[in-house]
Design a protein around this ligand. Structure first.
Ligand SMILES: Nc1nc2c(c(=O)[nH]1)N[C@H]1C(S)=C(S)[C@@H](COP(=O)(O)O)O[C@H]1N2
Ligand SMILES: [Mo]
Length: 513
């Protein structure tokens, strides 16, 4: 088993070397880096910043090295398991040797991609972030195959080695000798892992050494979010598939006349199109769980007045195909902007956004914009929905927010002559009256220009032309005021229960070269 462990360490070395080569060549990301990312997200921020204070740049460096060592050790353990499997199923040693080895590589690759990337909060394969782990996915495949192939080759060699396998009763001194040997080899493995980790770190830290160029003005967020990049949040792992030909929407409860509509009947009702920005209540300050689309559908008011809402009605309950439900007040349901939408940006509502029809409610977080709608029930009590039962706000009114999108990242930039800052601001249906930008961490503020919004229900884009005075570290911040003139609060709160608040900040270090 020890030999298997060493074989695993060696195989990890092969995989690590390949991953490193990819890292240097394509600027993809390595598993240790993503692991560190996951860990630093999981440990409390305060602890992490303490560690950074004490260890300085060493904190992250040590983490990368530690993660690499951990992965090498894991590689050793997997090797032991592989060796055992081969003993149990001789087929793995005989005719299926190489197919099973490739399979092992594929399984490890999938594990790495699924576990590591999803735990890092980047989601599976949906990697719309700045550093591109997309390049890493094939690199990881090659590395895991290198691991499994090396491993099998090494294990096979040791299995074939004559006289080694059936250990004869060892003498005491031989026991000590094997122990020393084991310790020695493990140390070699750990040192090798540390070297790979350090090399990865050097590769990482070398990247920004060539300073980032200030992003072009064209890097501005697009005012209408394309469907491909539109965020999605659903409680389930798999989205329900609803068949439009059998789908029915019931309108019932405290109404004069319960109604039922099929897909065609809904589409035949008077249609309206409106731009609306959707934001998830769990969006963090500066987060990207928001987007704007052109939605087409029928006013909820249209359906409800056809059915005739009784005077005792208090809330409208919305039920969905996936078992999800939520409610809005009758007043909200009767507003002009509350829509039962069946088209998004000119195409039928995509499955993940609620095909065949979903609700859109202005001024209220995404939560109450129920997708895959199947039932509308008018009730005379205060219905609590799926997320309300889990502690989230029932009013869920959108908090005034603003976000810096350019520059997208804190980091080191070549000092630009003119640096355009831009981003979005949103305040539900109250609209945005003002956006201000600070380049000195909130000591002084300047007015940004705002592009007129697409509708009263959308975000606005803002731009500010900054002329940096020179080299230095600048904390950029943004704040907005809603249509009533009320300023966005600088009080930092978590998203639970009412939506996150506080100013979004980006720290840039400007250097000449
Ligand atoms: N049926 C159903 N509707 C739902 C959800 C859900 O899980 N099931 N999630 C809600 C949440 S929390 C949000 S933020 C929005 C997201 O809409 P999107 O995925 O179209 O962006 O849908 C809402 N509607
Ligand atoms: Mo949400």
């Amino acid at each position: 088993m020890k030999r298997a462990f060493y074989a695993g360490l060696l195989a990890s070395g092969a995989a690590g070397a390949i991953m490193l080569a990819f890292r240097l060549g394509t600027a993809g990301i390595t598993v240790p880096e993503v692991l560190v990312d996951v860990v630093t997200r999981m440990i409390p921020l305060r602890l992490f910043s303490d560690a950074v204070d004490i260890l300085g740049p060493w904190a992250k460096r040590l983490l990368v090295v530690a993660a690499t060592i951990a992965l090498f050790l894991a590689g050793g353990l997997v090797a032991i398991g592989w060796r055992r499997l081969r003993e149990h199923w001789p087929a793995l040693r005989d005719n299926l040797q190489w197919p099973s080895t490739v399979l092992l590589g594929l399984v490890l690759w999938l594990l790495a991609v699924v576990i590591v990337l999803s735990a890092s909060g980047r989601g599976l394969f949906d990697l719309g972030l700045n550093m591109s782990p997309v390049a890493a996915v094939p690199a990881w495949l090659v590395s895991s195959l290198a691991y499994s192939l090396t491993l099998t080759a090494l294990i096979r060699k040791s299995e074939l080695a004559p006289g080694k396998a059936p250990a004869t009763a060892p003498e005491v001194s031989a026991g000590r000798r094997t122990f020393l040997k084991a310790a020695g080899w493990t140390a070699v493995g750990v040192v090798a892992a540390a070297a790979v980790g350090a090399a990865i770190w050097r590769a990482v830290s070398r990247l920004p050494a060539g300073l980032l160029p200030w992003p072009a003005e064209s890097g501005m967020t697009s005012e209408v979010t394309p469907i491909e990049t539109f965020f999605t949040v659903s409680k389930g792992f798999v989205d329900p598939r609803v068949d439009a030909t059998t789908w029915k929407l019931e309108v019932k409860g405290l109404v004069e006349q319960p109604l039922s509509f099929n897909y065609q009947q809904i589409r035949d009702l008077p249609a309206v199109s409106q731009y609306l920005t959707l934001e998830c209540i769990s969006n963090s300050v500066g987060g990207d769980l928001m987007g704007t689309a052109l939605w087409k559908g029928v006013r909820l008011q249209e359906l409800l007045s056809r059915a005739g809402v009784r005077p005792t009605a208090r809330k409208v309950v919305l039920r969905a195909f996936d078992g999800y439900s939520d409610s809005i007040t009758v007043a909200k349901a009767m507003e002009q902007g509350t829509l039962l939408a069946y088209e998004m940006n000119g195409v039928p509502l995509p499955g993940k956004h609620g095909f065949p029809a979903r609700l859109l409610v202005p001024d209220i977080y995404g939560m109450k914009n129920v997708k895959w709608l199947t039932g509308i029930e008018v009730v005379d009590y205060d219905y609590q929905g799926y997320w309300q039962e889990r502690g989230w706000s029932d009013t869920a009114r959108i908090q005034t927010m603003s976000r810096i999108d350019v520059p997208p990242l804190s980091g080191d930039y070549r000092v630009p002559e003119k640096a355009t800052l831009s981003g979005v601001a949103f305040a539900g249906e109250r609209g945005t009256s003002r956006v201000e930008v600070s380049t000195d961490d909130g000591n002084t503020w300047s007015r940004a220009s705002i592009k007129e919004s697409l509708s009263q229900y959308t975000w606005v884009l803002w731009v500010y032309d900054w002329r940096p005075p020179g080299e230095g570290t600048y904390t950029l911040a943004v704040r907005a005021a809603d249509g009533t003139g009320e300023a966005q609060t600088d009080v930092e709160t978590d998203s639970l229960p009412d939506g996150a608040t506080g100013y979004h900040r980006v720290v840039v270090k400007l250097k000449a070269e």
